[in-house]
Design a protein around this ligand. Structure first.
Ligand code: UDP
Ligand code: MG
Length: 312
């Protein structure tokens, strides 16, 4: 390396919740895989309301390693809030959120850094294989990316997670996004600038277990769609217009048939189906309205996204 080149600072943001067994293998992997990295490291753990000895493990690691800093949240706020706390307190010129369970291979950071130095503002990891996930999970993830990118102005690259490098100006743009509903994949993509993907094989979790299940994933997808698109609201005008047109045609045909064949019209079945069908359609549209109103309610309260208990 050129000796007069200024050393850059790279911050790793590591949200942790009940990960006592993972802290020291994580640090070992960082020390092993990031040896000779062309940047200084700052390792910022965010303890997201752990109830085990995670914070003691972090403190222990921090005593003989001055690159380690940590934030402790006052309770569990969720990974998104923990990452937000990390973004707010990171000092690096480039920032990488990384999972502590070693599912985000640290050696990739060499590539991230190189591409960032070549001028890309975001370098995101793309999961070439998802060894941990079944066929159904992969298919539903694929469907989600297609729907999202159709409906939203922000394009998120398929199979890219939170594991990525972001330049300082990308992070500064994200820090200006005040929303409570933090769909990070979308928020990371929203500032724009140049970006590039790097493929990697995503290994299985090192220890502990994942905090996700299908119900959580479904809600996650809904949060993502509603915070980046108003299409679910607008579509009802079109559905309404379409149904109005069909109803008009149907009405004209009833009038015509009555004029030709007289009034004999057994209508019970058709009336019942119409009433039930339109009742259901209206309830669904009200439900969609409710989704957005609920989110508006949360946003207007303007509560802080996380509460810090301790900073080090
Ligand atoms: N995590 C967190 N708060 C939570 C849930 C998870 O800080 O409420 C952290 C967790 O400790 C881990 C990372 O977020 O470092 C990813 O969690 P997990 O491995 O459960 O998610 P997955 O890899 O299955 O997406
Ligand atoms: Mg994981």
């Amino acid at each position: 390396m050129d000796s007069c080149e200024k050393r850059v600072l790279l911050t790793l943001i590591v949200p942790v919740m009940n990960e006592e067994e993972s802290i020291s293998p994580f640090m070992a992997a960082i020390n092993d895989k990031l040896e000779g990295l062309a940047a200084e490291l700052e390792i910022l753990f965010i303890d997201d309301g752990s109830t085990d000895s995670t914070i003691q493990q972090i403190e222990k690691a921090a005593t003989n390693d001055e690159r380690i800093r940590y934030l402790k949240l006052s309770r569990n706020f969720g990974k998104e809030a923990a990452m937000t706390a990390g973004l707010d307190h990171a000092q690096g010129d480039a920032i990488v959120p990384i999972d502590v369970d070693l599912q985000d291979p640290p050696e990739l950071i060499h590539d991230f850094l190189r591409l960032w130095q070549e001028g890309y503002d975001t370098v995101y990891g793309v999961r070439a294989t998802r060894l941990d996930d079944g066929r159904r999970k992969r298919a539903s993830a694929g469907l989600f990316y297609r729907v999202f990118n159709r409906l939203s102005h922000t394009t998120i690259p398929p199979n890219a997670g939170d594991y990525r490098l972001m330049s300082r100006r990308v992070v500064d743009a994200i820090k200006q996004m005040p929303e409570r509903n933090r769909f990070m994949k979308g928020m990371f993509a929203w500032p724009g600038y140049s970006s590039i993907g790097v493929e990697y094989d995503r290994p299985a979790r090192y220890a502990g277990f994942t905090k996700w299940n299908y119900w959580k994933l479904w809600n996650f997808a809904l949060d993502g769609l509603t915070s980046f698109s108003t299409w679910p609201l607008r579509i009802w005008s079109y559905i309404g217009g379409g149904i109005a047109l069909l109803s008009l045609i149907y009405m004209l045909s009833i009038i015509l048939r009555t004029m030709v064949f007289g009034i004999e019209w057994p209508g019970y079945a058709s009336i019942m189906s119409a009433v039930l069908f339109f009742g259901a359609i209206q309830l669904i549209s009200i439900g969609v309205l409710g989704e957005y109103i609920g989110r508006l309610y949360i946003e207007t309260k303007g509560r802080p996204i996380y509460v810090l208990e301790k900073k080090n």
